[in-house]
Design a protein around this ligand. Structure first.
Ligand SMILES: [Zn+2]
Length: 185
């Protein structure tokens, strides 16, 4: 009897082929190929969007490819996201690099803030924030929607010139707005 086999059991390794990032619902997975070898997994997923309809996103676990909108629409239906994922999987040369490391809470908070910053518009327009604005970040963020809301509430307190909150018109829940840059003197 080969003793080594008794001790060679690996700890349960999370597999990219079955992994679901915290806060998302994965609906399809594609795998690229690099020659004869298995390439990276490309996820098609959705997440809380709070606009009443779900929209989808695609993200490659081997490279930085993220897609949340098509050339003609601001959001992706599942089939559009799947088509993008399939096309990317066919062309991506990245190897499977395992499950991306989860950021710590500070890093995750920075991802939330960076997204809000990217929504900040020129001029005097305020931007109404929806959870779907974070779709492209969810694979890197790996946090539930409550985390995003909590960090936004914190920003409302810490940076009132940047983000404000008010009750939604329906009276249930909170609407966040990114304020425009203050005018330069
Ligand atoms: Zn890729």
């Amino acid at each position: 009897m080969a003793l080594t086999t008794l001790f060679a059991r690996r700890p349960a390794v999370l597999d990219t082929a079955t992994w679901t990032p915290d806060g998302t619902t994965v609906v399809q997975r594609y795998r690229g190929a690099v020659g004869e070898r298995e390439g990276a997994i490309v996820l098609v997923y959705t997440a809380d969007g709070d606009r009443g309809t779900s929209s989808f996103a695609t993200a490659c676990l081997g490279c930085t490819y993220r897609a949340v909108k098509s050339s003609h629409s601001s959001r992706l239906a599942e089939k559009e996201a799947a088509d993008l994922a399939n096309t990317h999987a066919a062309s991506c040369r990245a190897m499977d690099r395992g499950i991306p490391a989860a950021p710590d809470d500070d890093q995750a908070a920075q991802i939330v803030r960076a997204r809000l910053q990217s929504l900040r518009m020129g001029g005097t327009n305020r931007h109404y924030v929806y959870l779907s604005d974070f779709h492209a970040d969810r694979v890197d963020l790996q946090r539930p929607a409550d985390f995003i809301k909590m960090k936004m509430l914190r920003l409302v307190q810490d940076e009132p010139d940047f983000l404000v909150a008010r009750p939604t018109t329906s009276g249930t829940g909170t609407q966040f707005l990114v304020l425009p840059h203050p005018p330069r003197n």
